[in-house]
Structure formats: C-alpha cells, structure tokens
Design a protein around this ligand. Sequence first.
Ligand SMILES: [Ca+2]
Ligand SMILES: [Ca+2]
Length: 469
Amino acid sequence: MKGIVRIALLLMTTLLSAADWPQFRGVNGSGLSAEKNLPIEIGPGKNQIWRTSLPPGDSSPILVGNHIFLTAAEDGKLFTIALDRASGKILWRREAPRPRKENFQKTHGPASPSPASDGRQVYVFFGDYGLLAYGLDGEERWRVPLGPFNNVNGHGSSPVVVDGMVILICDQDTDSYLLALDAATGKERWKVMRPEVTRGYATPGIYRPRNGPAELIIPGAYQTIGYALATGEKLWWTRGMAWQLKGVPVIDGNVVYINSWEIGGDTATPPETPTFEGMLKEHDANKDGVLTPEETGPKMKSWYVNNDLNFNNTIEERDWYFWRLHRSAQNSVLAIRLGGRGDVTDTHVLWRYRKAQPNVPSPLYYNNTLFLVKDGGIATTLDPKTGEMIKQERLPNALERYWSSPLGADGKVYMLSEACKLTVLKAQANWEVLASSSLEEECYATPAIAGGRIYLRTRSALYAFAKSK
Ligand SMILES: [Ca+2]
Ligand SMILES: [Ca+2]
C-alpha cells in the first residue's frame, strides 16, 4: 500500500489525477496502480470493451483525462496518435519529421519510446527526429531536433516529465548525454554529458528524499548514476552492472531496485582481458598507438562489429576501455540505498541478485516483494530487504520471451509475454497463478492500467479490457 500512497503524493504536484497513467509504466515507472476490480483474463470478446487497429509501434499507451496517447510508424512516417479513452476512437494523429532512419534491432522499431504527459501537454521522442510537444488537442507546441545518434539498436529510452522539465536519456556509443528541457517552451534547462557510458535504453526514475533536493536516477552501461534534478549535477554512482541497460529504476522509500542483464554477463569469474598497453605491445606493428584489423589479425575481425564505438575501424584506448568493462560486466539486480554521494558501490549497495534476471522487463516492487519475469517465462520473487529468492518457477503455458514489464494492481501481478499470453499472479512472495489467457497477437509494449481498465497494445491494435459485469 505504501507504493499507492506514494503515487498519490507524486500526482499532487501536477495536473494529473489518480485515474491517469502519465508515462511509460505509470507514475515514476513504478508499474503500480490503485485500481480495483480489474479483469484477470483477456481474449477476443472476453472482458473486451473495444479494439482499435493501429499502425505498428512498440511505445506503451499513456492516459491523461479522456485521452490515450501513443506513437507509431506507418509507410516510413512517424506519428503521434490520440484516442478517446471511452470508445477507442482515434481523435487525431500528427506526423513528426523523419530526416533519417536509425538502425533498429528487429524486436522493435522507430516508435519505441513511450510518450509522457504532465496533464497540460504530451511529449514524444523519436530517435529519427528528436522531441516534440503537443497540446492534448493535438496542436503542436514545440519541436526540438536531436541527433543523429550513434546507437546501433535504435532508441528505446522514454522521456519523463517532472517539475516543469522534460528529461531524456540520450545514451549512445559516443557522446552520451542527459537532457532537461523546459516543458512549456522546449528550451534547454541543462544538459550533462555522460562520458562514463555507451549505448543504453533506460528510462529515468525520480527520487524525492524527505530532506534535500530531488534526484534523477539514470541507469546506463555498466553503472547507475544519480543527478540533481534541478541542475544535472552528478551526485553519486554505482559500478558493476551489465552493458546495455534497459528498464526503469523502481524506487521504494530510500531504496532503488535496478535490473541489468546482457549476454555474457552471467559468469561468476569474468575472463581476463589484456590492458590497452598490453595490446599495443603485442599488436601495434607500426607503433602509432592504435590498432587496426590488419594488426590484430583474423581472430579479432568480428570484434570491430560491436566494439569499435566510433566506427573508424581502429581500436583506440577508449574502445578498449569499454571493451574491458564489457568483459567484466556483471548481470545483476541491485538494491541501492539512496542518499549517498560519490562512488557508493562499496557503501550503499544493499545486495546483488545474480541469477535468472530479466533482459528487458523492469522489476516490480509490490506488497513488500520484488517480482521479476525472465525470457522463458521464469517468474521470481525476491525479498527486497535481503535479495533472497523466495520462489522461482516457470509460468505455465507462457514460456516465450518477455519485453513488457510486469504491473501490480488489485493484489495481483500482471505479466505479459511476447505471444500475448497474460499471466496473473497473486501478489505475494509465495505467488500462485490466478489466471492465464491470451490473444492471437504479438506483444512488446507494457500495458497501462487506469479507470478499472487494462489498455493493452499489440503489434496491430490497442485493446481496452474491463471486468464484465
Ligand atoms: Ca597501429
Ligand atoms: Ca575506434
């Protein structure tokens, strides 16, 4: 319940109401809703209120007042779409400029970041253009071109809006930065470079300590960094996470939970990787202080595909520094006590859990339990105080990959697989499955919960489900 009270407090400072779902995964990315009497099964005609066909896009729906907002791409064009909450009717769609086309991993596309709203306007981000703001009626208020970005998998970070600022993580293999724009005008409030990190896909979390100024919690490659919300000043950081962070930090009280997983990061003992000096000694035939494919030989040919961060077909010290971090990266769910300053890795990390972590889905903190869902349908509960695993089992009949983050409401936990199978658990550490149902669709977006309904986006449509009377 503590989480629900927190949501109400966060909403008090905005024009939003408790019936809204203002950003990716709801208020502060928590995935929590105070709604009751929600359906536990979905299906064609089962608890279904409406279905509206949509162009493809993997952004999650957000809800503000009578509106639902999401983004999509169709015929090579980028769109922001508003739907009527009651009927699912499309109210307006606005095209964003598309001056270029980023590379994308096939599991998503050019409309992956979710919109965010403060109740006045809706803010959307496309990696192929930048940020745009619209009035709820669809009138464009401002646009800020950003990029092009050096991010081979395509952008995935969603903006958030807080204290009159739109905050966006722009992590990439060169020149990563964190941006704060004035929400009303689009003018830059501050921008901080993030030389510590390479590509990333995370969404910011906001921490409001009882005493002291608000902080942004920003997961990035190999670490999480805390910044002062008002100024962007770097306050603290933790090392020892995986490469390519995705989710959103989950905050309860003065503890934050962050998941990080990447291929190769599960080993207990990271492999030995030579130093850059060692590499030069061995391979730098022409003694110019950098290495080329000719010098490093056929064995290292494939290294350049993902690790030559500035695409110049040369290994410089920076490339090798990040490669060594990559090799020593540790997949883990981290619990970090907030309030520290400087490098808090050795002082504020409460525990690390290193088995069966999700790749994309964020953790869920609900009913004093941390819930995780991993590809293959492996659901895990952890004791948030100790990181001790309480229960880990496969979800029956839902063994696919998971892109959607779990949600908590009505004493239940909702987990949605790629094959659009919805498994509903009783929200307790020793969980049990209450229901399992599905649509013949593909699901990559995280659903939204508001006004007694579940809004679920598939690759082809948006559905509203509510419990049948
Ligand atoms: Ca050389
Ligand atoms: Ca290079």
